[in-house]
Design a protein around this ligand. Structure first.
Ligand SMILES: [Mg+2]
Length: 104
């Protein structure tokens, strides 16, 4: 990832990151419109239409693109800080989930 950033530069890779996130948003919307999103995202099966198969495959490709961009973002920012913030946020979500479970 560091080699990619060195070759193309931080500014360019940030533009790419924005572009890939926008493509993922579009892919999510296409999946919704194709009718494969319910309580889960439906994997292609015998009854799937071409549009649904394309939408699903495109979604997977865009998830991969964004993951690659996030790996690069990890190299651009303080990873320890990101980890620390993630831990705090996950703990907060966990506590919220457990609090909700107590009520039900
Ligand atoms: Mg893409």
């Amino acid at each position: 990832m560091k080699r990619i950033i060195e070759k193309y530069g931080v500014q360019h890779q940030l533009d790419m990151c924005i572009e890939e996130m926008a493509e993922l948003m579009q892919a999510i919307n296409k999946c919704r419109r194709s009718g494969i999103v319910g309580t889960e995202i439906e994997k292609p099966h015998k009854g799937s239409t071409i549009e649904q198969i394309r939408a699903y495959n495109n979604l997977c490709a865009e998830v991969a693109d964004v993951k690659i961009m996030l790996l690069q973002m990890d190299c651009m920012v303080d990873q320890e800080r990101v980890e620390m913030i993630m831990e705090r946020k996950i703990k907060r979500i966990w506590n919220k989930l457990n609090a909700t479970a107590d009520i039900q």
